[in-house]
Design a binder for this molecule. Sequence first.
Ligand code: URA
Length: 191
Amino acid sequence: MPSEKTFNQMKQQNILCCRCQLRKTCRQVIPGKGPSDAKVIFIGEAPGKKEDLLGEPFIGASGKLLDKLLLSVHLKRSDIFITNIVKCRPPENRDPSPEEIGMCSSWLEKEISLIQPELLITLGRYALKNFIPESSISLFHGKITSISLGKLENLPLLPLYHPAAALYNGSLKDTLFEDCKKITSILSHKD
Ligand code: URA
């Protein structure tokens, strides 16, 4: 677990980032939120309108569904770290470009390497492709894979559909809740 000082310093540096053009149009940079000793990191795509306004990841409609998902596996927001591959809202919520994702990636890497979680959960195809570029969400969702990231080797990664996709296409909702159950088995094996 990092010291609170190191963890907060990283957040403060992230907040000042203006590496890419997204910072010119968003209201604020939104680093990940949650405890520095979280066992699980959830990784979404990019902040939306409400997140940009209020400065926290996943507090809009997708966040509400995420809360229900967490509840279904007996987790609370305060147990997890939640972040995005891109920390600034893209204009009109467009998809982040590969350049923007690339320029932001070191912030996510810092968050992960400081927290050293037991499990990474990607939400949606952009977050999944950030770790496994040749993957497809329809084939990989719900299947635990493992990745190596810097000094972290064999880190379990569970790809889930994005809550926004399940809100848009109701037929994905049951799959999302079913896939989410895998979290319990991974974490219980660690105890
Ligand atoms: N809110 C976020 O913070 N990230 C997403 O990917 C979607 C909504």
